[in-house]
Design a protein around this ligand. Sequence first.
Ligand code: AMP
Length: 282
Amino acid sequence: MSQVPVVRTTKALRRTVGQWRAAGERVALVPTMGALHAGHLALVTAGRKRATKVVVSIFVNPAQFSPAEDLSKYPRTFAADRHKLGEASADLIFAPTVPEMYPDGFATTVSLAGPALVGLEDAFRPTHFPGVATVVCKLFSQCRPDIAMFGEKDYQQLQVVTRMARDLDLGVTVIGVPTVREADGLAMSSRNRFLSPPERAAARVLYDAMTAATRAIRATGEAEPALATARAAIMQAGFTLDYLEFRDAATLAPPLAVSGAPLRLLVAARIGSTRLIDNIAV
Ligand code: AMP
């Protein structure tokens, strides 16, 4: 199997994608920060189904980390990532440097509201979504894909990016891909590697508590008792809970009623030095 080609500059990316487009290819972009696992590869596979060429970007974006979050600790596994992308039949890796993405004097960011300001991740990581949206806007403009694949794992991010693409007429269709989970239900994440064995064993509580709460909400039509039980179970397992909330699936606003529009249950919780997020449809 030949290695997936790597480009490191916007110019080289545009040259290749431009040739593809001239030849009538349909291009999918899969933005990642590397440390790839089966969840990322599901995005590549989903891209393959809907497009004829798949570009995967690998860029650990400093702008989406706060000073308190350790950017230097983020896992970097480029050789292994490239190998996995070969097996998943990606066509091109875009792996820009930090100065390529943020040249001296960089001064522009995307300003967000709507699903980016609803008191979920934004309340705990206030600089995160402006950093994500700005880099995704750049990636869309650099690559000009037809479609872009994002995981439901980062559900608020998916809604933020979807809204940005629509509001700014970016000409890219954002497609959400279902969360890939470990056998016990834990959502795959590059952060799972930081869990100690007891923390890893405890972590299944997130999915278990969410699925139990969802069943109870559906059965009773009432949210609060089910949420209280789930919150207690998560804390009992040793987590500090940032939030467990159910929201309108599209706007992420608190829903007026349990029935009606599609709902999403979202959780963020910390154990040891690791913060995990997850969500499921209600
Ligand atoms: P990251 O490299 O963590 O920024 O993630 C890159 C993309 O992969 C994002 O769109 C994530 O939502 C998606 N992703 C991460 N983990 C999973 C998973 N377990 N299942 C599906 N998609 C995922």
